[in-house]
Ligand binder design. Structure first.
Ligand code: PLP
Length: 434
């Protein structure tokens, strides 16, 4: 090529959540059954959509109006509905003009970082969810900036670490909160959020809160939305229906802008995001039409409550199986539908293995396992090859810790127990093998 073709930040884009599937596919071709614990898709884990939701969507499909473009910011009635829902919480007050729809929250996230000045950074939690950390890192062509979530303290944020990084790095212009968190299942305590708001005010930062799991909590836990705590600080909440309805294939998510007028730079960012959506015409129409109909249906609260309770029960079952394994730090989860398990310091080494007699599996393992492979990836590949259980190594979440993420989504209780017993037995065999 006459010039460089690829933009410089491209090397920062990494998505092991799907990368590991390529390895699972090669095992499947050998006839090995795969248990997909890598991706947060309730539908893939056999979630059933109730008939009343299906008939709401069918009615929309039968309406010709559904097939057109919609307003570039999103359908006005849907934005009014969502603004009213936010305002009811009693915190930051918005109008439909403060809401902007995207084709999935992933689309919103990549646009958000794309429009930041390349030297301006948003610090986010580590373990880091790659859709955020890769896009943020790519915009700056640098490694992601992260604050530590502490597995020895219920995965709560290390506030001293966050504060120090903000104090000594003037390029940080915002704090990302993922609440409830992916990949840890932690729900930010109210006081932590209030401290973050104070930090944002003191250092003139923007708060970004990914709330895609806001209504997915259990064990009597409630997740506080950014609008409830933000007061006069500029902020963006990110929401969507992929997890909550759940309808990940709809590709529908939105941003809510809070206190848009308090800062001209923040206001310019919000306007730029609206302008880019205008150049793309609009986001998907069908799910936007469905949102008010489904979320305001009197059957919806009980439906979501039952799903949340079921996630909580699965979380307890997993805790019963893995909670006492000596080689790992295991935290109970309170929101979203993931758990991240950490190997204790010094437990993993390069000589460990899980026995297999299958020569084809052995050949694949020797292809995958190089000398510089992260130790938790090494474990994850052995686990995958010998049991078919596909988890995501923790080092792919931009973390120094070694471990892996699982989901709390398997709907079949016997299968759930069998998957987690396989994981438990694999940890024990691997950690005692050398
Ligand atoms: C924290 C978080 N934000 C955003 C997304 C992306 O959601 P969407 O399917 O709407 O693109 C996910 C998906 O797993 C997620 O876990």
């Amino acid at each position: 090529m006459r010039q460089k073709v690829l933009f410089e930040g491209a090397g920062q884009l990494e998505y092991e959540i799907r990368n590991i599937v390529k390895k699972a596919d090669s095992l499947q071709r050998l006839g090995i059954s795969i248990y997909y614990e890598n991706i947060g898709d309730p539908i893939q884990k056999h979630a059933k959509i109730p008939d009343w939701i299906k008939s709401t969507i069918t009615n929309l499909v039968n309406d010709d109006g559904t097939y057109g473009y919609c307003h570039s910011k999103g359908i006005p009635e849907t934005r009014r509905f969502l603004a009213k829902r936010t305002n009811k919480r009693g915190g930051a007050q918005i109008t439909e003009e403060d809401i902007l729809f995207f084709n999935g929250l992933g689309d919103a996230i990549s646009k958000l970082y794309q429009f930041l000045h390349s030297s301006s950074r948003i610090i986010g939690p580590s373990p880091a969810y790659a859709t955020h950390s890769s896009a943020e890192a790519a915009h700056a062509n640098a490694a992601p900036l992260t604050y530590r979530l502490d597995p020895e303290n219920k995965w709560y944020p290390d506030m001293e670490d966050l504060h120090n990084q903000i104090r000594y790095n003037p390029n940080i212009i915002g704090i990302l909160i993922i609440n409830p968190d992916n990949p840890t299942g932690m729900v930010y305590p109210l006081e932590t959020l209030q401290k973050m708001v104070r930090m944002a005010r003191d250092y003139e930062l923007i708060l970004v809160s990914d709330e895609i799991y806001n209504n997915i909590t259990y064990h009597q836990t409630r997740s506080y939305a950014l609008s409830e705590v933000i007061e006069d600080v500029p902020g963006i909440a990110l929401s969507g229906i992929s997890k909550e309805l759940p309808w990940p294939g709809a590709r529908c998510g939105w941003m809510e802008f809070y206190n848009r007028r308090v800062d001209p730079d923040f206001s310019a960012l919000c306007t730029a995001l609206e302008d880019v959506k205008m150049t793309e015409v609009c986001a998907t129409t069908l799910p936007q039409k469905a949102i008010p109909l489904i979320l305001s249906d009197p059957r919806y609260p009980d439906y979501r409550l039952a799903l949340n309770q079921a996630i909580g029960v699965r979380g307890k079952r997993i805790a019963d199986i893995l909670g006492k394994v000596p080689y790992i730090t295991f935290n109970e989860t309170f929101g979203a539908f993931f758990n991240t398990i950490v190997f204790k310091k010094g437990v993993l080494n390069r000589s460990q293995y899980i026995k297999t007699d299958n020569p084809e599996v052995k050949a694949l393992l020797s292809q995958w396992i190089g000398d510089d492979l992260a130790l938790d990836k090494r474990f994850a590949y052995y686990l995958l090859a010998t049991t078919g259980v596909c988890v995501v190594p923790l080092s792919s979440f931009h973390s120094q810790l070694l471990g892996f993420r699982v989901t709390l989504l398997e709907e079949d209780p016997e299968l759930l127990v069998s998957i987690f017993e396989k994981i438990r037995d694999a940890i024990e065999e691997y950690c005692t093998s050398a």
